[in-house]
Ligand binder design. Structure first.
Ligand SMILES: *[C@@H]1O[C@H](CO)[C@@H](O)[C@H](O)[C@H]1NC(C)=O
Ligand SMILES: *[C@@H]1O[C@H](CO)[C@@H](O)[C@H](O)[C@H]1NC(C)=O
Length: 220
């Protein structure tokens, strides 16, 4: 039978480019401290932690859970760049329409992943596999588990963007601890999956306030 299995979060090399912007000299002829970057970076502070059970906020056994969101893009941005900031306690892989785009192993260091020039004519399917680690080699006691994500879709030519995030009403993430081999497939029928459950807003629970996500990450 097409069975259940434990999916290991891949061991990939993560590169994050330094993106510190120098503050222009006061005597520079064209200093522009008020200009806003476009597109805006995805903001985790507006998002909420979710999991497969409300017990995740206090403690669940070590294990792997999968999450899916089938998102209807705004067709008035015919082509969009998608940026997503993610953190998961403890580790995640992030997929868009069946392709792996990012991984993270440290919930205290959220990352930003970008998918360029995506047509808005069809649904966007986001999948995340997240693993709650054991506390130690011989310690399988329950411990907190959560996932939080915030998205921005933007069009450089139209200079327009919009955002969505975990915990937002109307954006129903599906979530299950029964990890299917093809959990990330865009064509998987997840209609029977239960909805993900709300744990806490950003800043709450055992996680507190996260630092701003690290931009310009890529995996290879
Ligand atoms: C996506 O980003 C790339 C690189 O910055 C840019 O060249 C391209 O125009 C962007 N596409 C959209 C749809 O905004
Ligand atoms: C994503 O996958 C869905 C389901 O297969 C498909 O309808 C859609 O065209 C895909 N979208 C993109 C941008 O590849």
């Amino acid at each position: 039978m097409f069975g259940l299995r434990t999916v290991r979060v891949f061991s990939v090399v993560l590169h994050c480019l330094a993106t510190a912007n120098a503050i222009p000299n006061n005597d520079s002829p064209s200093h522009d401290l008020v200009a806003r970057a476009f597109p805006p970076a995805p903001d985790l502070t507006i998002a909420s932690w979710i999991w497969t059970t409300t017990a995740g906020i206090s403690g669940v056994p070590p294990g792997t859970s999968t999450f899916r969101l089938t998102f209807k893009p705004d067709p008035t941005l015919p082509l969009a760049n998608i940026s997503v900031a993610i953190s998961a306690d403890n580790a995640y892989n992030f997929y868009f329409n069946g392709t792996l785009y990012g991984s993270g192993y440290d919930w205290q260091s959220p990352n930003i992943w970008t998918i360029n020039n995506v047509p808005s004519t069809a649904p966007w399917v986001f999948s995340i596999v997240a693993t709650n680690y054991a506390l130690g080699l011989d310690d399988f006691s329950v411990n907190p588990a959560g996932m939080i994500a915030s998205f921005v879709a933007s069009s450089a030519s139209l200079q327009r963007s919009y955002t969505w995030f975990t915990g937002q009403p109307g954006n129903t993430w599906k979530a299950t601890d029964l990890v299917l081999e093809n959990f990330y497939s865009p064509t998987l029928d997840d209609s029977a999956w239960p909805p993900a459950v709300f744990e806490t807003v950003h800043g709450g629970g055992p996680w507190g306030f996260l630092p701003p996500p690290n931009a310009a990450c890529r995996i290879n």
